[in-house]
Each structure stands twice: as C-alpha cells, then as structure tokens.
Design a binder for this molecule. Structure first.
Ligand SMILES: NC(=O)c1ccc[n+]([C@@H]2O[C@H](COP(=O)([O-])OP(=O)(O)OC[C@H]3O[C@@H](n4cnc5c(N)ncnc54)[C@H](O)[C@@H]3O)[C@@H](O)[C@H]2O)c1
Length: 336
C-alpha cells in the first residue's frame, strides 16, 4: 500500500505543473460527475463542536472506494494551525484492500478550486475577467489559479479582515500576470467583479454583501460556508439567484441553502455536467454555486493522485496490512 505525503504531492505538482494538474483534475471531476448514477453516495458524517467540526466523507463506485478525514476549525489560525487539514484513503472494492493513504490538505485546496471552476464553466459568463476574492486564507490562491486556468482573468480584487493574509495573498500571486487590487471593503471588492469567491472562515451566519452590491450577471462561488450555522450570503440574494448545489441532502444541512429550502435549488452540479438542466441562460442572471465539499470530489482527486503517483513512481510502500502465506493464520504472525 502506498503512502503519499505532502512532499510527494508537492513533487507531483512540480513534475506535472500547477496548470496541467488543474486541467487533469477538472477533467477527472467532469468524468466522475457525468457518471453520477454509478456512485454510492451519502452525506458526510460530521461531528460538531462549539469551535469546529470533524468529518468523514466516503464515496465509491464498483471498483474504487474513497474516504477523507477533514476538519474545519476557524479559530486554528490564531494558534498557528491550519483551519482545514485532511487525509484520504483509496481502496479497491474487489478485495477491500487499501491502495493508498494520501495527504489531502493540499489536494482539498486543489479540488475545491477545481470543482468551483467546473461549476463556473456552466454558470459564469465565459468572458469573465474580474475575479473578487473575499477571504484570502489558505484556500484563496488555489481558487485564483484554478479560475485563471479557464477564464481570461485580468484583475483580482481582494479583501480580508486580516491585513497579513492580504499581504501573503499578494506576495504569492505576484509572479502571475494578474492585476492585484487590494480593497478596503468587501463592497469595493465585489462591485466590479464578474466572479466572486467567498472563502471566509467564521462559525456564524454572515451576509458578506447584498444583492445591490453586485452587478447583474455575477457568478458567486460560495465555498466558505459549509456547516450548519456557518453561511456567507443573505436570504434576499439567494432568493434572487440561480442556485446550484453538489448533493442536495448535504447542501440542505450545510450550504447557504440551509436558510431556504429545496425549492430554491435549480440543479445539482451533475445535472449541468450531463446536460439534464441548463446552467446560465442569459447575461443578467446572478448564479451561485453553493459549494460545501462533496465526497465524490475527493474520490476524483484521490484516483487522479494514485494514477499520477503510479505513473511517476512517487510515494512509499508501507506494510500497514499483514502479508500472510496462510490468510487464516493471523495469529501465526505473533510467533514468527
Ligand atoms: N466548500 C468546500 O469544499 C471547502 C473546502 C475547503 C475549505 N472550505 C471552507 O472555506 C473557508 C476558508 O478556508 P481556509 O482554509 O482558506 O481558511 P483560513 O482560516 O485559512 O482563511 C479564512 C480567511 O477568512 C478571513 N475572514 C473571516 N471572516 C471574514 C470576513 N467577514 N470578511 C473578510 N475576511 C474574513 C480570515 O481572516 C481568514 O484570512 C473555511 O470556512 C473552510 O471551512 C470549504
């Protein structure tokens, strides 16, 4: 069984390149969302605490089984820890044997951006060139580079309550040919945007901006609100928007749509990908991808990481499962 560490994933990204990794991941997500009925799906198992959440996210088809362990602790950064860390496992269904255990903190950031870009390819105006980012924490640069790989981005407008997080964001993106505009308020950031990414971490109901603060035709990638009582957009804006979710049973508990009801949902993402329902229908619509993170996305990220790790001989084989001559003689290991 392979172990893929953070360094292995960094090595993989170095070999493949960030842009090409995004394009392969978006394509893996596209393939998997377009065969939605072939997956065994469930809402994730979430254990909530006053200060955060710990979640297990399983998803499987008839050949591979994947699950991710992930947390969400908005107060962690004040203690020098990440808000979101993750580890995943991929197993073969035929025997139930694990194929790989893999770091998923980086992979989660990549897949969250990639699935947002997949959704935006049906929902945002293709000529979108101004992206606003609200919340410039750990996920933010991944979001920008993901969107930049598909949309002709020219300008990034950004705002965070933490000036240090904005300096870090600007430093990390300074090498890219993008005009970076640090804003003094959320309103200033969003008013000229074609696409808005909300990626704030706060365990409360927020309304980061109002309907009248944004231009007609804006697409919102709402990815920061992902727990009961943790939202980023207000009810009026949601009611005026075309709302797309990943998986309705989970979205109704964790998404922005927890403030409304199922009748506000236009479609699940797979319905856009497989052509069952239309995405954007005119240039004036406000569209919202109410992303909370669904286990199928981690399935796609893990299967891609496994394929690439095998192709490039990355990772370490580790004896985490007993290797026996007689599979009924487990006890014999103790006397060997
Ligand atoms: N949908 C998904 O699949 C998915 C995946 C990963 C993370 N997330 C969520 O995305 C959010 C961001 O994750 P992260 O890893 O970047 O967290 P982070 O803690 O690194 O960054 C969050 C940033 O938001 C800022 N912020 C908080 N409230 C704000 C406000 N009102 N206005 C402006 N900025 C504000 C903070 O100062 C911080 O810099 C978290 O809530 C996390 O749970 C969702």
């Amino acid at each position: 069984m392979k172990i893929l560490t953070v360094n292995d994933i960094l090595g993989l990204i170095k070999i493949v390149g960030i842009e090409s990794f995004f394009s392969r991941l978006i394509s893996a997500l596209n393939q998997d969302f377009s065969r939605w009925p072939s997956f065994y799906k469930s809402a994730r198992h979430a254990t909530h605490y006053a200060h955060g959440v710990i979640e297990l996210m399983p998803c499987s088809d008839d050949s591979l089984y994947a699950f991710k362990y992930v947390n969400g602790h908005p107060g962690n950064t004040a203690e020098g820890k990440l808000s979101v860390i993750a580890i995943g496992q991929l197993s073969e269904v035929a025997s139930g044997y694990p194929l790989m255990i893999c770091e998923m903190t980086l992979l989660t950031a990549f897949r969250t951006a990639a699935v947002g870009v997949l959704a935006a390819s049906y929902l945002a105006r293709p000529e979108s060139e101004v992206l606003a980012v609200i919340g410039t924490g750990a996920q933010s640069e991944f979001q920008v580079l993901g969107f930049n790989s598909v949309f002709p981005l020219r300008q990034i407008r950004f705002f965070d309550l933490d000036a240090g997080a904005m300096r870090k964001f600007a430093r990390n993106l300074s090498a890219y040919p993008l005009e970076l505009v640090q804003c003094r308020s959320i309103k200033e950031a969003v008013r000229e945007a074609d696409i808005i990414v909300t990626g704030t971490a706060a365990k409360k109901r927020q309304s980061l901006f109002a309907l009248e603060d944004i231009a007609p035709g804006t697409h919102i990638q709402a990815m920061g609100g992902d727990c009961p009582g943790k939202t980023e957009l207000g009810h009026v804006l949601l009611s005026a928007a075309k709302l797309i979710v990943e998986y309705t049973p989970q979205a109704l508990v964790e998404g922005e749509v927890q403030q409304c009801d199922a009748s506000h949902i236009h479609a699940e993402l797979w319905e856009l990908v497989s052509g069952h329902k239309p995405g954007r229908e005119n240039a004036q619509e406000i569209t919202v991808f109410d992303a909370v993170g669904f286990a199928l996305e981690d399935f796609s990220a893990l299967r891609l990481a496994y394929e690439l790790a095998c192709e490039h001989h990355l990772g370490t084989e580790m004896p985490l499962i007993p290797d026996l001559d007689d599979p009924k003689d487990l006890f014999g290991l103790l006397s060997a």
